[in-house]
Every structure is written in C-alpha cells, then in structure tokens.
Ligand binder design. Structure first.
Ligand code: SAM
Length: 224
C-alpha cells in the first residue's frame, strides 16, 4: 500500500504533469543537464532498464536509444501519458503504472535500475523499505543509478520546514496558484552512502553544481 505522504506527493505530480518539463528549461541548469545527457547513455548501453518514478519521460528519452529496453514506471498515469507522447528515436520504452514501493508487481527481467529525482522524495523512514523492495526485485550485482538535485540557493525552492525524521519540505505552486507542501530531501554524500550501505556497494558519486549522480551495485555490500 502507498504511504499517506506519497499520496500527497503523487497528487502534486499528477496535477503538475503538463507543467513538469518546464523545470528542465532553467538556463542555469543547462550545462549540468548536457553533461548528464552525455554521461547516462554509456552507463545504460545494452541494459534492460527498470526506471522508477519515470514521470514525463525526460530521462527515458535520454536512456532509451542506448539501452536494450526501458520499462518506465510511475504511480501516475497522467505523467506517463506525457511520457508516452514523446519521441524515443526509434526505441520503444514500455510505460507501466507502478508504485516504487511495490516493484514486485512489475513484470520483466532487469539488469539496471534507474531513479531520476525520486530519491529526494522518499521519506527518511521509508528509505530501507524502498531499498529492500528494489534489492528483492533484481539479481545481486545489478547496477543502480540515482540522480537528484543539489540544494542550490535561489535555484531550488527554499526549505520551508524540517520534520522530526529530518525530512525537509518545500512549498510549491502550480500555474493555477494551488500550493503544495512537498517532501524534498537533499542528502549529503555521507548520508547517501550510509543509507545505501546495507543494500548496495561499490558506490561512486559525482557532484555537479545542480545535480548529483550515484552509481552502486545492489546486493554487493562491504564486509562488516
Ligand atoms: C520529481 S518527479 C521525477 C520524474 C522523472 N524521473 C524525472 O526525473 O524527470 C517524481 C515522480 O515520482 C512519481 N511518484 C510519486 N510517488 C510515487 C510512488 N509511490 N511510486 C512511483 N512513482 C511515484 C511522481 O508521479 C513523479 O512523476
């Protein structure tokens, strides 16, 4: 079952589906986006990718031409509808409505997991549950790529409050003025490494100005 916090989050992204891609037009982020678009295709080349929380398919478009296959999942049919309307340069990603916490319901064989801008929306208390689900879904040694935002003052929404578990929240407005409080975490490299340690190893981490990219291998953990 979806947790209550992700009900609000899912509703926000459902309502934002047709506005979502505007986030990728911010001028100050273009150089970093270009670098990530160069970095990602070789990492997924020839892989059968399970994409978690794929949204409107922005990164699906980057991965699909290089990957053997991409199964792009999201809780919201509305975001996947936008994704399905895009051009994939001859590739045919599969779009599936699925909860990131119920990956056992997604059929298929995958040898790479990709999460773009999803990690930051996982409540701190749910991180182990999420990682346990991902780990159980794929073979040991499967690479997982996680990409997300750095906290850059003036470029991201300010943090409006911090909850008891350390989750941080932003206030965001849709074009029609409706305001949502959205859980958005900005982990340090150290915190990310600690969260991943019980589930994945061989972590590599790249920090750009606006984004970070982590690569790790599920089920490969360091000896205690
Ligand atoms: C920040 S967007 C990221 C979209 C896309 N990966 C990207 O990078 O452009 C977060 C996405 O998470 C989805 N989402 C929210 N709760 C979810 C859940 N429990 N399971 C799967 N997707 C969920 C939303 O619908 C939204 O598309």
């Amino acid at each position: 079952m979806t947790n209550p916090a992700s009900g609000t989050l899912a509703e926000y992204y459902q309502q934002r589906a047709t506005e979502y891609d505007e986030i990728y037009t911010r001028p100050e982020r273009q150089a970093d986006l270009a670098e990530l678009k160069r970095t990602l295709p070789p990492l997924v080349a020839g892989r059968n990718v399970l994409e978690i929380a794929a949204g409107t398919g922005y990164w699906t478009q980057v991965m699909a031409p290089a990957a053997a296959s991409v199964t792009a999942t999201d809780l919201n049919p509305q975001t996947l509808e936008v994704a399905a309307s895009k051009d994939y340069a001859g590739a045919s990603p599969r779009f599936l409505v699925a909860d990131a916490f119920r990956l056992d319901a997604v059929r298929g064989e995958f040898d790479l997991v990709f999460c773009g801008f999803w990690w930051s929306h996982i409540p701190r208390s749910d991180v182990p549950r999420f990682l346990a689900g991902v780990r159980a879904r794929v073979a040991s040694g499967t690479p997982m790529l996680i990409m997300d935002n750095m906290y850059v003052e003036g470029s991201v929404h300010p943090i409006a409050r911090t909850g008891p578990d350390g989750d941080t929240y932003q206030l965001r407005r849709l074009h029609d003025g409706r305001q949502y409080e959205v859980l958005k975490n900005f982990p340090t490299r150290h915190q990310l490494a600690g969260d991943l340690a019980p589930w994945a190893g061989n972590l590599s981490y790249t920090e750009l100005t606006h984004y970070w990219l982590a690569c790790c291998e599920l089920g490969v953990t360091a000896p205690a």
